[in-house]
Design a protein. Structure first.
Length: 147
């Protein structure tokens, strides 16, 4: 099991853009490439010796900074929410992490067979990640994996 925290405002994966060059070729641009690289550099010190090649359970807690409207003169308002329920979407945050850590923590993000994603407000923004190698025989007591 690997657990680590990467500080900074969580980023969502931006969609690839396709352009036609002057020579007539289609060119794809990844607008998240620089952000993914920066994230992977910060996470690099927690990486396993070799990328995982088995099914994985990944828990991602995205911690967002609180807006000024959550505060009053006395501090945090009683009505300030705990959960972050606006953009960016959970799926785009998840895809960003999956792509950023490809080849470093896992051979391919398709190995992630279970994921728990949470968006919340916190004083220390960033992403808290837990990676758990999943046993092939499943996790239900009867080992038939019936739901």
């Amino acid at each position: 099991m690997i657990e680590f925290f990467v500080p900074g405002k969580p980023e969502a994966l931006k969609r690839h853009r396709t352009f036609r060059s002057k020579s007539g070729f289609n060119v794809q641009v990844d607008p998240s490439a620089e952000a993914k690289y920066s994230f992977s550099v910060m996470a690099d010190k927690h990486k396993p010796d070799k990328p995982f090649r088995q099914p994985l359970t990944v828990i991602m807690e995205f911690r967002f900074p609180r807006p000024k409207s959550h505060y009053c003169k006395k501090g945090l308002k009683d009505s300030a929410p705990f959960y972050h329920s606006s953009k960016p979407d959970c799926d785009n945050l998840y895809k960003f992490i999956g792509d950023a850590l490809n080849g470093i923590f896992w051979y391919d993000d398709s190995l992630i067979s279970r994921a728990l994603i949470m968006k919340r407000y916190a004083e220390n923004p960033g992403v808290y990640i837990t990676i758990i190698p999943t046993e092939e025989d499943g996790y239900l007591p009867d080992k038939q994996n019936k739901i």
